[in-house]
Design a protein around this ligand. Structure first.
Ligand code: GAP
Length: 441
């Protein structure tokens, strides 16, 4: 993990947020290559789950929402983590993390049981001090809308994109009147005041989600669940993740979110261990039912041509972009040996690579080579966009630099190019070089 983090920082993928002021814990900034990789992942998701299907509708809802949304959804009351405190230095910890770090599995435990386990095992804080009893801590960032701060002006930064979908269910039905089943998809920022952000971007306070709420006839939830799970595996394949690193966890009832009747988490073998990449939950009519009660507006769907009405049930595939990106980087990070020297390269699938082609003149002090190389660079850039000009250092160094950021093809223009219109293409994974006609590129 340390190697990946260092590569990300050095090569302009991901920096610590507010780095210049000493950082802000749990926040990350994407550099030029990181933003390109992240967009490629998000665009691939949108293409896979929305554009290529007839039954999906995209939305982009506001991040700030009426506080009633979070009251009705249960987040104000139940979106909490157990928090305990070092009684001497007042540092705060997630109780379940403290247990895990001390070899006790907290899954399925109530807060009281966690406190009992701490007492029973004599667990102390990481600084060796006694720990307080746990209390709940709400993870939503609270803010106020407008110039006066009162109970009425309270709002929250959204902790999930899902609610922006549910609150638009009726709007989409009224505008498009889709047949059931159909889904509404959204990508966007989510915010959680994590007590202990950790493991690079894996647990951040500001992150990005890609979510679908898929509305179904209650009798048909299982087949929709299975279809979306299958489609999720196909998407993970498109990310280049190998099946052997992917695991399904059927989450037991006591560990499921308050709204879920069934959840399958997809876990990935990260360098930090096997951890959740995304989850698919059967949310029943929990959310639309709550909105209906709290707003007084009907969330019923009328089956076309009939008088049959019901509140649809929901299957929710929920992805975290950062966790997908961290899996992609973990899968791609490779070390090998070339010409007796250690080489680091990112074996990214070509469609995800931030840079697809790097174009270089063999020698940068030969104007005729530079001119030809610029011409080829411009035409490739017009066609593929993700093309980088690289004339720094010798060719060997350029290859290594491009390997490290996962560029699949390096194109070199030399004197032979001027004679016969061919270039050298050097492949990242095999380091093989071959002569190719410029048109073939
Ligand atoms: N709408 C359902 C929902 O938000 P969740 O399991 O709380 O469910 C969904 O979150 C996904 O969002 C997770 O599987 C993970 O990929 C991502 N995620 C959650 N918290 C995160 C955090 N603090 N940092 C990065 N990603 C996070």
């Amino acid at each position: 993990m340390e190697d990946i983090i260092s590569l990300c920082k050095r090569r302009g993928f991901i920096y610590q947020g507010s780095d210049v002021y000493g950082g802000l814990s749990g926040t990350w900034d994407y550099g030029p290559l990181g933003v390109a990789l992240k967009r490629n992942i998000m665009n691939l998701w949108w293409q896979h789950f929305v554009d290529s299907r007839d039954d999906m509708y995209g939305v982009d809802a506001a991040i700030l929402m009426n506080q009633k949304v979070w009251q009705a959804s249960g987040h104000v009351d139940t979106f909490v983590d157990p928090l305990c405190e070092d009684t001497v230095n007042k540092r705060r910890y997630r109780t379940d993390h403290i247990l895990k770090d001390n070899g006790v599995d907290p899954d399925g435990m109530t807060m009281q049981q966690m406190d009992e386990a701490i007492a029973e095992h004599g667990i102390k804080s990481p600084d060796g001090n006694p720990l307080s009893k746990s209390r709940t801590f709400n993870m939503m960032f609270k803010t106020h809308i407008g110039a006066t701060e009162s109970e009425d002006s309270v709002s929250y930064l959204r902790p999930e994109t899902a609610q922006g979908i549910f609150t638009n269910f009726k709007n989409v039905v009224d505008s498009f009147y889709p047949d059931l089943p159909f889904g509404i998809a959204q990508q966007g920022k989510a915010f959680r005041n994590e007590i202990a952000p950790r493991d690079f971007v894996f647990r951040s306070r500001e992150f990005e989600q890609m979510e679908i709420e898929y509305f179904v006839n209650p009798d048909k939830w299982q087949e929709a669940f299975d279809e979306l799970l299958k489609s999720t595996h196909e998407f993970l394949g498109k990310l280049g993740l190998s099946q052997e690193h992917i695991h399904e966890l059927d989450v037991p009832a006591e560990d499921r979110a308050h709204y879920s009747k069934k959840t399958i988490d997809i876990e990935y073998d990260y360098p930090i261990g096997k951890e959740e990449l995304m989850g698919i939950a059967y949310r029943t009519d929990f959310d639309l039912g709550n909105i209906q009660r709290a707003s007084g507006k009907s969330m019923e769907y009328t089956v076309k041509g009939t008088n049959t009405k019901f509140v649809p049930h929901v299957i929710e595939p929920s992805f975290g972009v950062e966790r997908a990106l961290m899996a992609v980087l973990s899968e791609a990070y490779t070390e090998d040996e070339v010409d007796g020297q250690k080489r680091v390269y990112l074996r990214l699938p070509e469609h995800l690579a931030p840079v697809k082609f790097a174009v270089s003149p063999l020698l940068k002090n030969k104007p005729e080579l530079v001119e030809k190389a610029r011409e080829i660079y411009r035409s490739l850039k017009q066609k593929h966009g993700r093309v980088m000009w690289d004339d720094n250092g010798n060719i060997g160094k350029r290859y290594r630099r491009q390997d490290e950021i996962g560029t699949p093809h390096c194109v070199v223009i030399d004197f032979q190019t001027l004679e016969d219109g061919t270039v050298t293409v050097r492949e990242r994974d095999t380091t093989e070089q071959r002569r190719v006609e410029v048109e073939e590129l």
